[in-house]
Design a protein around this ligand. Structure first.
Ligand code: FAD
Length: 277
């Protein structure tokens, strides 16, 4: 009996170099990590492509390191890896918090941070964290490696600057100073896509006078939003109520199956106040 896997080809590289060569010489290929998004698309018949590149065994992409004070997270790192990592809990607790809210345990065991970002859903839970943390996306191809600021990675709804011959190999995150905040509002605690998700950094002590508050939101626009106008208003001394009004104007939520634009605007403003207080 034909299944969703009939007439599909799977390439299994042994190394990252191998994978990049296959992408260049045998593309177009669809990279496949934990497959938690891809298999849904396959099952619903919305994925037309038939040739896949299996990244799952590329252990070198499954790592969490600190190199010259920069936190480097390999693209194949799963949400469970992030939750369990003492380095993540210490340096980027908002990412551990986001990972704990992804799907359920099974999804956390398979789903990867690279897949979350490459999939590009504006509801992806790790995206606002990476935006607020000033992360860079490390992209590799057979021709070399380049770094793209996370806030410049997406060009539109589920569109990015990643070329078909490139893989996301890692995320680089400079030290984050200040109190980190993450909050996801969904229908229930597990297995729920967000209605609104916010991540932010609130500088404390002396840094509060020098460094601006950082705010990023998901599920409120076609791509993750770094709320730079709201950040600028706060840096200029705006009270919370005024910053909430700026944020409501800065985001562009829609009515959809999960929520209404109105509700999302109101929740986003409330979350901002909670974060700042
Ligand atoms: C039941 C269920 C619940 C879920 N709940 C949540 C949730 O609460 N929050 C949330 O954010 N997501 C959720 N998801 C979505 C999904 O689990 C995440 O987006 C996950 O991070 C995807 O990672 P993956 O490794 O499984 O990606 P895959 O499915 O393997 O790939 C996803 C996309 O990324 C591409 N890709 C993967 N890795 C790379 C790479 N290194 N370089 C370039 N392209 C790459 C693939 O080609 C594909 O287009 C849920 C999914 C399911 C099925």
């Amino acid at each position: 009996m034909p299944s969703v896997l009939t007439n599909r080809t799977l390439l299994e590289p042994k190394s990252v170099a191998d994978a990049l060569k296959m992408l260049r010489e045998e593309g177009p290929l669809v990279p496949m990590a934990g497959c938690t998004d891809l298999y849904v698309a396959l099952n619903f018949g919305t994925l037309r492509e038939s040739r896949f590149l299996d990244l799952w065994r590329l252990r070198s992409l499954r790592s969490i390191d600190v190199r010259r004070d920069t936190l480097v997270i390999g693209a194949l790192t799963t949400f469970t890896d992030l939750i369990r990592s003492s380095v993540i809990r210490r340096r980027l607790p908002m990412l551990a918090a986001a990972a704990r809210e992804v799907g359920g345990v099974q999804i956390q065991n398979r789903g990867t941070i690279g897949g979350n970002v490459a999939n590009g859903s504006p509801a992806g839970d790790s995206l606002p964290v990476l935006a607020a943390a000033d992360a860079a996306v490390v992209l590799a191809s057979a021709a070399g490696t380049r770094r793209v600021p996370f806030t410049a990675f997406y060009t539109g709804y589920r569109q990015s600057v990643r070329r078909p011959d490139e893989l996301i190999v890692a995320f680089e995150i400079p030290p984050v100073r200040g109190r980190q905040y993450f909050r996801k509002v969904g229908t229930r605690a597990a297995q729920a896509i967000s209605k609104v998700v916010i991540a932010g950094v609130v500088p404390e002590g002396r840094a509060a006078r020098r460094e601006p508050v950082r705010i990023a939101l998901g599920s409120v626009a076609p791509t993750v939003v770094r709320a730079s106008r709201t950040e600028a208003a706060l840096a200029a001394g705006a009270p919370i109520a005024a910053a909430q009004r700026t944020l409501a104007e800065e985001i562009a939520p829609i009515d959809d199956i999960r929520s209404t634009a109105d509700y999302r605007r109101r929740v986003a403003a409330n979350l901002l106040a909670l974060m700042l207080r």
